[in-house]
Ligand binder design. Structure first.
Ligand SMILES: [Fe+2]
Ligand SMILES: [Fe+2]
Length: 264
């Protein structure tokens, strides 16, 4: 669940949302179970039935920003370290959220989601350490925000969608790193599935009669997403002079992309 800039949410323990955690939410043919695992490919373009994934202005701008940054020396290695940290942050969010998920079937899906994010963390960490020859330093910061289950799912829906878009963008920038691309294909498949099951679950809850709550949660998630985008934009503007200088004068200008900079 790549996310490079955002404080992370934690659902309030024990908060009750009766329709939200109902068994029907995860039964075959409905809700989360309706989101089937997609085959791996590198396309981040929406498929048929994925109209909600239409790329917005933020997604298009982020794609350009990451492409421009990728021209800086050292970017490809540093970005892998940032991806590993971002995935680790995702694990912490999901693990803190798990106790609030009451439906057994939904818990099973959520646990698989956690397992996927662990695998992404380990994979990006290994790739970073192999290519950089350095150990990755991780922050142990705990998730800070609190939100209820519907709010969490709405937040994760947009976060996973951004992750899917981002990995799709990154994939194209690693054409000289076949091992990284091979791993990213598997991550992209997972992120696509995560975004889809979360979306399907929220749609299921709308049909269950809590449409207003879902809409409110999605608006709140969109605001967090916009704040995150603005943070990324500010970071990009900070390195823009270096990108321009590097493009004009080439080697010898500025430092390389550090492992602590934003991957985006
Ligand atoms: Fe994910
Ligand atoms: Fe992930």
């Amino acid at each position: 669940m790549p996310r490079l800039h955002e404080r992370v949410p934690v659902p309030e323990q024990g908060e009750s949302h009766p329709p939200a955690m109902d068994e029907s939410a995860a039964t075959p043919g409905g809700g989360a179970a309706a989101a089937e695992q997609a085959p791996a490919d590198s396309s981040s373009k929406p498929r048929r039935g994925d109209a909600w994934k239409r790329r917005d202005v933020k997604a298009r701008l982020l794609e350009h920003m990451v492409r421009l940054r990728s021209g800086l020396p050292g970017w490809h290695v540093a970005a892998l370290g940032n991806l590993a940290k971002s995935e680790a942050e995702g694990v912490r969010v999901l693990e803190r959220a798990l106790p609030a998920i009451r439906s057994e079937k939904l818990r099973t899906i959520f646990q698989k989601h956690i397992k996927d994010e662990h695998r992404h963390t380990a994979g990006f960490t290994d790739l970073y350490e192999k290519l950089s020859g350095k150990k990755l330093e991780r922050s142990g910061a705990e998730p800070a925000l609190k939100m209820h289950v519907v709010g969490l799912f709405a937040y994760l829906e947009i976060t996973e969608l951004r992750g899917e878009e981002m990995i799709g963008n990154y994939y194209r920038l690693y054409q000289d790193y076949p091992e990284v691309q091979a791993f990213m294909q598997t991550v992209l498949r997972d992120e696509r599935y995560h975004a889809s099951y979360l979306h399907a679950q929220l749609e299921e809850w709308i049909r269950d009669g809590i449409g207003k709550e879902v809409a409110r949660a999605r608006r709140a998630a969109a605001r967090i997403d916009t704040r995150g985008f603005l943070t990324q934009l500010a970071a990009f503007l900070g390195v823009l002079p270096r990108i321009v200088l590097w493009r004009v004068f080439g080697r010898g200008v500025g430092r390389t992309e550090g492992a602590h900079g934003s991957a985006g």
